[in-house]
Design a protein around this ligand. Structure first.
Ligand SMILES: Nc1ncnc2c1ncn2[C@@H]1O[C@H](COP(=O)(O)OP(=O)(O)OP(=O)(O)O)[C@@H](O)[C@H]1O
Ligand SMILES: [Mg+2]
Length: 373
């Protein structure tokens, strides 16, 4: 069986590694090769908006999936015209790609989200800001990641600058500030027939708008964890996603859960599952898109902590610092094989498992600190 994967970054790499273990073939399609999928199955490099190119890519694939919500799934669906299953489908991606449409869909499904308004004009944005009270978040409707498409508006004087920076042809999303106590995440793997499995609730810590650490399981009350998991499933059902979806959540001071956003693919906050769960998010993504039985998502260790390894400066990647990091016991090091380093670029991650979150944290942070890229 051959799985086509649109995209060739670290998520593709880890999907490919899970596929190979199960004896599946993988074929990646990427606009340019950055290195992560080198040596893992086939990588085809070219313009993925070119129909002829997409047609030859799909030839011989049994199912096609993506590692990026920006992949041209709409065009691909037209090309395969039902002959090959494509998951997640374009209707799911259309509902998720646009932040305004996504939040609207979630709210219409009765899910708790921060207050927001889709603002078509600067005047609308100014009045939404006024009605929510400072601070508010301005979010670009399309194309944002790692916080790049967001601006915190703290005073009236920030409104115009944030609008100019982020407004698209249809405006901008203005969202009330959520004074959360913790950021949580839940991975859900869902098949086309609606069967799904839910991963444990994890906590994610951001630094500079970027995920720094993931703690599994999150140290939340059982009732909070139960409602987070229930809401995550409902959110995934609301967009009829197939495959793994990363559901980002806020835990509010009164224990309420709000949905921040969905990512229709394996997610950074689910990497811990490779070492810490019976079935990783990558394996379950493949099982879900193929329609195979889903694996047990539960933890097989008491605790796990994942730390992202970011680039420090521009240059070529080197593994010179790796041996030192490898002296830390119970820490698994993942480097993504990216050819070039950039400051703050995600270059790899470390997951440590232990009897307690604090022990796992020490091991993961120590190993991650040793890796200087
Ligand atoms: N309404 C809000 N109130 C408070 N903080 C928020 C709010 N929305 C977003 N944030 C903060 O900004 C971070 C990034 O926001 P968001 O997830 O919308 O952006 P993104 O660029 O799509 O993210 P990423 O790719 O990192 O997941 C959140 O993880 C959270 O820390
Ligand atoms: Mg996010």
């Amino acid at each position: 069986m051959r799985i086509g994967i649109l995209g060739g970054g670290q998520l593709g790499r880890m999907l490919g590694l899970a596929a190979i273990r199960m004896g599946l073939h993988v074929r990646f399609l990427t606009p340019s090769s950055e290195g992560p999928t080198d040596g893992i199955g086939e990588t085809i490099i070219g313009d993925w908006t070119d129909p002829a190119f997409l047609t030859s890519f799909t030839d011989g694939c049994d199912v096609v999936t993506c590692e990026s919500e920006w992949a041209p799934i709409d065009l691909l669906e037209e090309i395969v015209d039902g002959r090959i299953p494509v998951f997640p489908g374009s209707s799911t991606l259309r509902a998720i790609r646009h932040k305004g449409r996504q939040k609207t869909r979630l709210r219409e499904a009765g899910l708790p989200v921060p207050e927001f308004v889709c603002c078509a004009t600067l005047e609308d944005a100014a009045s939404a800001t006024q009605s929510f009270g400072f601070p508010v978040l301005f979010k670009a409707f399309r194309g944002s990641y790692d916080g790049y498409g967001n601006a915190t508006v703290r005073t009236e004087g920030d409104v115009l600058g944030a609008w100019d920076k982020l407004a698209d042809r249809d405006g901008v999303l203005v969202e009330a500030w959520a004074p959360f106590v913790r950021e949580l995440a839940v991975m859900v793997a869902r098949r086309d027939d609606g069967k799904c499995v839910v991963y444990p609730v994890v906590e994610s810590e951001q630094r500079d708008h970027r995920c720094h650490a993931v703690l599994a399981p999150a140290a939340v009350a059982q009732s909070v964890a139960a409602s987070a998991r229930e809401i995550a499933i409902a959110a995934v059902e609301a967009v009829e996603a197939v495959g793994v979806v990363g559901v980002e959540l806020f835990e509010m001071p009164d224990g309420r859960i709000l949905v921040n956003e969905l990512a229709p693919r394996p997610h950074n906050t689910g990497h811990y599952s490779i070492e810490a769960c019976h079935t990783s998010q990558f394996e379950n993504h493949l099982r879900a898109v193929i329609g195979w039985p889903l694996g047990d998502p539960s933890l097989r260790v008491p605790a796990a902590v994942m730390i992202n390894v970011l680039g420090h400066r521009d240059g070529e990647t080197s593994v010179a610092s790796l041996p030192e990091a490898l002296t830390i016991q119970n820490a698994s090091i993942h480097l993504y094989g990216k050819r070039s380093v950039k400051p703050r670029r995600k270059m790899g991650h470390v997951t440590a498992t232990a009897d307690s979150l604090s022990a796992a944290r020490v091991a993961a942070e120590t190993a991650a600190k040793h890796i200087r890229l």
